[in-house]
Ligand binder design. Structure first.
Ligand code: PEP
Ligand code: MG
Length: 595
């Protein structure tokens, strides 16, 4: 592959965790493919020697995996430990061992060549499998296969163990398997070719508080190991081999950013209240428990969205009631007395596929995902509901259901919940009988009947990530149509207004937990609409709080009235930029406004 050695190359992607880092690149993907050479074996002795070499390489791989697993467990990364388990299963797989030794024996070929053949056969079998979960395991097979080959060939491992300084990981994409093998203590930042805000890399980066830019398309072709790169997670920019001048500029910017971050911390003990006393609650979104320190550090008033999909990730079975319960307990103990809003699992669509037998679908975003899957697999659903109810005895818990499209789903959910409650009562197991029940409003049909839905639940949570996707018919993970993904589209703004009005007319609270909630630029609009709660990645909380404390509710109401008169997102954006900078010049979080 020819590399462009030009300096100062700028790439634009999507920043998923604000912050600026400068460091040396470490390529995860390149150098992964080991190409073994072929050589024939002449006698029995050579054959036995090759078989032993193969078995030794397997053993070495097993030891390396166990070592990684121990390291991860020490750091408390339990989810990643499950991935290593599935890798260990491949190392011990009978077919892999038998087929390879057979090749060596029968065809009298060297071990690396024989293993390559076995892997090729297995990969073909895996790609033809209907079951999405098993097909996904092909990535694990690739990973383990390469690792055994490398050990067999005695080649240098392009592994982080050799790296002594902190590095910026450059990858096509990071699968959970790749991440599990990274020494995260040595990671300064992530940059990837593919992926959006909800890809695995993005979620991990946010969870770990590491600046990242994803969706850079060709970054792995432009960077060499050891190149200096700048990752600007604020603007979603990556600069490869920067000149001295640019480097200095960025180091200065980095300091400014650090200073601003410190300034934002001053808002931590203050309430999120506009100058004229309109109070908005600011909560955090989490995916994994490792995010809790950041949630507390940034002063969240609770968890507004706990995405529980991670519990189902990379397992060979469904989590048990106790698996759910123990992890919820961990969250509630840290967050109490503030509320924890647990959303039942939302698998399918763009979400990770786990040991869930979801058939391959033409349009997964419109398929058997989230609540639809749960209402089909009621027993699986009940396990989670039972665990959430049990957890509600430990502190304030709210239950949230995703992807609601109509009233029937609510009726079915209520019936299931009351059956589970009856069981718990009969068994004398405590739970909060008045646990609040909410729904994600993220499908246009739910908005149209929001007045009816509001009669049945205790709160709404607006999921703008999906709402925009379904309203504007734009795949949220397809970079080719991302230019159309506009939170300021007049249709999006009108629909949000309608949701808030429907909720308030029915006397229930309305929250927003899509990405729009964490962008300070949109805060004045959401306040103008009368939103009660905003839930976002923890890192955005203080910026949004500063914005709220700068603005005036009355003025925001006038602002939205004006905005609703415009007919395009561009006009709205221009108007908003002008209006906000003239009214609150210099007082709002600058960096966000330079987007
Ligand atoms: C949303 O759709 O806006 C949302 C918060 O849920 P998710 O991103 O998990 O689909
Ligand atoms: Mg959603």
């Amino acid at each position: 592959m020819s590399l462009n050695k030009q300096n100062n190359m700028r790439f634009k992607g999507e920043g998923v965790f604000s912050g600026i880092v400068v460091g040396k690149a470490f390529l995860v993907d390149r150098g992964k493919v080991e190409i073994p050479s072929y050589y024939p074996l002449n006698n029995k002795e050579e054959i036995e020697k090759e078989i032993k070499k193969f078995l030794d390489a397997l053993e070495l791989t097993r030891q390396q995996l166990l070592e990684t697993k121990r390291g991860l467990e020490k750091k408390g990364y339990k989810e990643a430990g499950f991935i290593i388990d599935s890798h260990l299963m491949i190392v011990d797989d009978n077919i892999l061992i038998k087929e390879t030794t057979n090749h060596i024996r029968k065809e009298k070929v060297n071990a690396a060549w024989a293993l390559k053949r076995t892997l090729k056969n297995l990969q073909t079998i895996f790609s033809e499998i209907e079951d999405e979960y098993l097909r996904e395991r092909k990535n694990d097979l690739d990973y383990v296969g390469q690792r055994i080959l490398r050990n067999l060939m005695g080649s240098e491992k392009p592994d982080m163990e050799k790296v002594t300084e902190k590095v910026i990981i450059v990858a096509n994409d990071l699968s959970p398997a790749d991440t599990a093998h990274l020494d995260l203590d040595k990671v300064l930042g992530f940059v990837t070719d593919i992926g959006g805000r909800t890809s695995h890399t993005a979620i991990m980066a946010r969870a770990l508080g590491i600046p990242a830019v994803v969706g850079l398309e060709t970054i792995t072709n432009q960077v060499q190991n050891g190149d200096t790169i700048i990752v600007d997670g604020v603007l979603g920019e990556v600069i490869v081999r920067p000149s001295k001048k640019i480097l200095e500029e960025y180091l200065e910017k980095k300091e400014k950013y650090k200073y601003l971050e410190k300034e934002f911390l001053k808002f931590k003990p203050l309430q999120a209240e506009t100058r004229d006393g309109y109070r908005v609650k600011l909560l955090a979104n989490i995916e994994i428990t490792e995010e809790l320190p950041s949630v507390i550090y940034h002063g969240a008033e609770g968890i507004g969205l706990y995405r529980t999909e991670f519990l189902y990730l990379n397992r060979t079975n469904f989590p048990s009631e106790d698996d759910h319960f123990q992890i919820y307990r961990k969250v509630i103990e840290k967050i109490s007395p503030n509320p924890t809003t647990i959303r039942t699992f939302d698998l399918g669509g763009d979400k990770f596929i786990s040991r869930v037998p979801i058939a391959k679908e033409m349009n997964p975003a419109l398929g058997l995902r989230a609540i639809r899957f749960c209402l089909k697999e009621v027993e699986v659903f009940k396990i989670q509901i039972r665990a959430i109810l049990r957890a509600s005895a430990l502190g304030k818990v709210r239950i949230l259901f995703p992807m609601i499209s109509g009233m029937n789903e609510i009726y079915q959910i209520k019936k299931i919940m009351s059956e589970v409650k009856d069981e718990l009562i009969a068994q004398g197991i405590p739970f909060d009988p008045s646990i609040e029940v909410g729904i994600m409003v993220e499908i246009p049909s739910a908005v149209i009947i929001a007045d009816l839905l509001a009669q049945e639940v205790d709160f709404f949570s607006i999921g703008t990530n999906d709402l925009i996707q379904y309203l504007l018919a734009i795949d949220r993970v397809n970079e080719h149509v991302s230019y159309l993904y506009k939170p300021l589209h007049p249709a999006v703004l009108r629909i949000i207004k309608k949701i808030v009005e429907a909720a308030h007319s029915a006397g229930i609270k309305v929250s927003m937990c899509g990405e729009m909630a964490g962008e300070p630029f949109y805060t004045p609009i959401l306040v103008g609409f009368g939103i009660d709660e905003l839930s976002m990645n923890a890192q955005s909380i203080l910026k949004v709080k500063k914005t709220i404390r700068t603005i005036n509710y009355r003025e925001c109401q006038q602002l939205v009235e004006k905005i609703l008169e415009f007919s395009t997102a561009r006009e709205i954006e221009n108007f908003l930029q002008k209006e906000l900078s003239s009214r609150y010049s210099g007082m709002l979080p600058d960096l966000q406004f330079s987007k």
